[in-house]
Design a protein around this ligand. Structure first.
Ligand SMILES: Nc1ncnc2c1ncn2[C@@H]1O[C@H](COP(=O)(O)OP(=O)(O)OP(=O)(O)O)[C@@H](O)[C@H]1O
Ligand SMILES: [Mg+2]
Length: 365
């Protein structure tokens, strides 16, 4: 499926540093000058899930295969970007293709690292970026409304719905509110998503703080948290510098380093999990002696479509899903024990897969 989270922010705030840490590479050039990144960097990241190790332990699985999501490191945005300033509209297309946005805000003080606006103010920075995205949406909506206007008369239902939803989004934007504040009815969600408005995407604020404040956050990240709460958005406090160092260490050293810093979990793990939740994603497992593997589905996915994530044939020929909930699997120390405890279920085509389900699909080849 490939869910994509776009890393967005002003230039030189630490986006590429974070991307490199996430992907454990040096694929993206990260350096102290604005507009270091021009072409987007795309990388797949394993979604950390302690349950997978537990399941593999019980089943004696030889390999463990986590599920993955995609991060895209995008060029820095500046004031006036929607009108072509900086790298202009080029990056907007990169954002449009993402399912959600990780908005990196510079919360660290460091006189050596250039801030394009010459001061540290993450709340104002967030507004600058949001304003550019809103302006870009308004412009694209107006263009699209003109194009749709010619097709409205005698147009099909989709055309009418698009027109109505674009107008609803424009009304919100004209009031200075992002498109994600529009209440969208369940029936309209498909078309709404197709509109691909930049400000309709869910946002997670990533507060990039100095190394010493990675565990506690600082006064700037506190301000961002207040702003995010008012918007119903999430925040993650992270020091991209530390994450960069951690990503290069062997696992044992990294664990010790985390401990010393007073951190329980790498910031990256918190960020990936928050992004996963923001996208409305959940996980089911397939477990056997060969491998224990995690698979991503959206909430509400039915068993045949969940099977389809593994292979299209599983969905087409779906018969039933043998199902054990994660807790029951652990309590029974495996499938046999769960069965004895009466926790083994056979589910059909209308079963809504739950987060943590251990599944075995039966299908007609
Ligand atoms: N938490 C931090 N503390 C101190 N310095 C940091 C921190 N995070 C990133 N930096 C430094 O900030 C500089 C810019 O980082 P980076 O290249 O990742 O930014 P960027 O947002 O990708 O910029 P651009 O938009 O120009 O591509 C680098 O020198 C990096 O080491
Ligand atoms: Mg960069």
């Amino acid at each position: 499926m490939g869910f994509k989270m776009g890393i967005v922010g002003l230039p030189n705030v630490g986006k590429s540093t974070l991307f490199n840490a996430l992907t454990r590479t040096a694929a993206a050039q990260a350096a102290n000058f604005p507009f270091c990144t021009i072409e987007p960097n795309v990388g797949e990241v394993a979604v950390p899930d302690a349950r997978l190790d537990v399941l593999a332990g019980i089943a004696g699985s030889k390999t463990i295969i986590p599920t993955r999501m995609t991060f895209v490191d995008i060029a820095g945005l500046v004031r006036g970007a929607s009108k072509g300033e900086g790298l202009g509209n080029q990056f907007l297309a990169n954002i449009r293709e993402c399912d959600a946005i990780a908005h990196v805000l510079r919360c660290f003080e460091d006189g050596d690292i250039t801030h394009v606006e010459g001061r540290i103010d993450p709340v104002a920075d967030a507004e600058t970026i949001e304003t550019e995205l809103m302006l870009a949406d308004m412009e694209s909506i107006e263009r699209r409304l003109v194009a749709l206007g010619k097709k409205l008369r005698g147009g099909d239902q989709d055309t009418l719905d698009q027109d109505r939803l674009l107008r609803a989004a424009l009304a919100a934007l004209n009031e200075g509110k992002p498109a994600r504040t529009v209440q969208v009815a369940e029936d309209d969600k498909r078309i709404w998503r197709q509109l691909m408005l930049l400000t309709s995407k869910p946002v997670l604020y990533v507060c990039n703080v100095e190394e010493a404040k990675a565990a506690t956050g600082n006064s700037q990240s506190d301000r961002v948290a207040v702003m995010a709460k008012a918007q119903g958005a999430g925040t993650v406090v992270i020091s991209a510098r530390i994450e960069e160092e951690l990503a290069q260490m062997p696992a044992d050293d990294a664990a010790m380093f985390l401990e010393e810093m007073g951190l329980h979990e790498a910031g990256l793990d918190r960020l990936i999990k928050a992004g996963y939740a923001l996208l409305g994603l959940q996980t089911y497992f397939t477990v056997g002696p060969k491998e224990a593997r995690a698979w991503t589905i959206t909430k509400g996915t039915l068993a045949p479509q969940a099977a389809g994530v593994i292979h299209g044939d599983f969905e087409k020929g779906f018969i039933r899903a043998e199902t054990v909930g994660y807790d029951d699997y652990v309590a029974g120390k495996g499938e046999a024990g769960a069965k004895e405890a009466g926790k083994f279920r056979v589910e059909g085509k209308t079963y809504e897969v739950k987060d943590g389900d251990v599944l075995h699909f039966l299908f007609n080849a």
